[in-house]
Design a protein around this ligand. Structure first.
Ligand SMILES: [Fe+2]
Length: 140
């Protein structure tokens, strides 16, 4: 079984989704984030704690009939809150531009998920949505 972690491989994807730079000054904003803005860490070596705690933490295992994709939230041990006021609302997994898995979380539920994906044909992308800070993406 081949295991691949994504921590070192976070980078910008070349897809057509909106690209929004991270503005840490907005980190305390009470405004509910939209799901149309996608944030990505472009350089893991200079990423802030704010960026690290919002980025999906993904482990991919190859199995005979596809891949097991284990998703949590936060890199380098930086934890994201999960409270009524500030929480991770969902994970989505894409095979290229096609959504192949999604799971929603209540504010009181630990945001962890495991997806089994058969027949991956393009680049895997995992997104996490924070109710205050929007959609954060990691690409394999
Ligand atoms: Fe957040």
């Amino acid at each position: 079984m081949d295991t691949q972690t994504m921590n070192a491989g976070v980078q910008a994807s070349e897809d057509q989704k909106a690209d929004v730079s991270v503005n840490a000054a907005n980190a305390g904003s009470a405004t509910v984030a939209t799901e149309n803005e996608i944030h990505r860490i472009t350089d893991i070596n200079s990423a802030s704690d704010f960026e690290l705690k919002h980025t999906p933490n993904v482990v991919v295992e190859d199995v005979d009939d596809g891949k097991i994709i284990k998703v949590g939230i936060g890199l380098n041990g930086i934890a994201h809150p999960q409270t009524e006021e500030h929480y991770i609302g969902w994970f989505k997994v894409f095979d290229g531009s096609n959504i192949v898995g999604e799971l929603a979380f209540a504010p009181t539920t630990t945001p962890q998920a495991e997806f089994k994906i058969a027949g991956v044909t393009e680049r895997l992308i995992v997104q996490a949505y924070c109710n205050l800070h929007g959609v954060w993406e990691a690409c394999l």
